[in-house]
Design a protein around this ligand. Structure first.
Ligand code: PSU
Ligand code: MN
Length: 301
């Protein structure tokens, strides 16, 4: 059932660094055509660092590790692709459908073939109001139980960051700040919450990952890479917009897996596209760092 791109297969066999990429960000996280342009550019950035990119998704029921540019284009355009978290993988595969994999589903598929480093924008986490809704992203659970290491710009700013950090601690996930003591919050460069450890170089991060794996801790680490100052959004202003978007989602009865795509889209509208621009830039930056970490990891092996 699994389709592995030949380039990715060769890289894995020959100790060439590989970086996994998800597809929910393409089909549900950004509008067309920016989604396709971003996804293709992210692959280029990874390749220019000397690593191989593997964009992961489900095509006609086949989990695909390393999409072709045509498949990425189709993912960006096609209507009705499901957003696939762990619980949805078997359904979409059994029904021979198309599925865009979230961080959790991408981690599972990456782990099946031995890819250790994965770049995305912002992970899912504990939603605001989760004490009554129980809305906690599967991403956190997966980080606690699957040894794939995720580079992101922090949990998305729409979440309850404090509860997200608590949950990650419960699941045994180390949160690394890349050259920062404070947790980045996606479009916002810095929150007031502390990360577990500040690592200064890709080498230092790779050493930490290798130590974790040697100790068979069986979880992923979360590498949080702050968005560049010039690409970041203003904290106070953005917070107001996030609150407005959440209020609108509540009043329209939006729930479950539809919440995150709704909020990302609405925040982009309310910021006249500025948040989308930030989102694209932070993904580029994460892809570059992920490739550098993957390279250092292969040097250590
Ligand atoms: N990063 C982005 N945009 C996105 C996502 C990540 O910049 O759309 C996706 C990832 O696939 C992540 C998902 O797993 O959002 C979180 O969805 P939820 O909150 O429903 O778990
Ligand atoms: Mn959810």
């Amino acid at each position: 059932m699994l389709i592995i791109n030949q380039k990715v297969k060769d890289a894995l066999e020959n100790h060439v660094p590989v970086v996994a990429l998800e597809s929910t960000i393409i089909s549900h996280g950004m509008p067309y055509p920016q989604n396709v342009k971003t996804a293709l550019e992210v692959e280029k950035i990874i390749e220019s660092e000397g690593a191989v990119a593997a964009t992961i998704g489900i095509i006609d029921g086949n989990p695909t590790i390393g999409m072709t540019p045509d498949q990425i284009e189709e993912f960006g355009k096609r209507k009705g692709i499901s957003k696939v978290s762990k619980r949805d993988i078997a359904v979409v595969c059994a029904r021979r459908e198309w599925g865009a994999t979230t961080v959790s589903a991408t981690m599972i598929l990456a782990n099946l073939v031995g890819i250790k480093v994965f770049a995305t924008g912002g992970i899912g986490g504990v939603h605001r109001g989760a004490t009554t809704t129980f809305d906690i992203s599967r991403d956190l659970e997966e980080l606690g139980s699957t040894p794939v290491n995720v580079v992101c710009a922090g949990p998305k700013a729409i979440l309850d960051l404090n509860l997200t950090m608590e949950y990650l601690e419960t699941k045994g996930v180390t949160v690394i700040g890349y050259n920062t003591d404070y947790l980045p919050a996606f479009y916002i460069r810095e929150s007031d919450l502390k990360v577990d450890v500040n690592c200064k170089t890709p080498r230092e991060i790779a050493e930490l990952i290798k130590t974790k794996d040697d100790l068979k801790l069986n979880s992923g680490v979360l590498i949080t890479n702050p968005i560049a100052k010039e690409d970041a959004l203003d904290k106070e202003e953005t917070e107001k917009i996030i609150e407005q978007a959440i209020t609108e989602a509540d009043s329209q009865g939006i729930k479950g897996k539809d919440i995150t795509p709704f909020l990302l889209k609405r925040i982009s509208e309310l910021t006249n596209g500025e948040s989308l621009e930030s989102n694209i830039k932070l993904v580029y930056s994460n892809a570059k760092l992920a490739a550098q970490i993957a390279k250092e990891l292969t040097n250590l092996e």
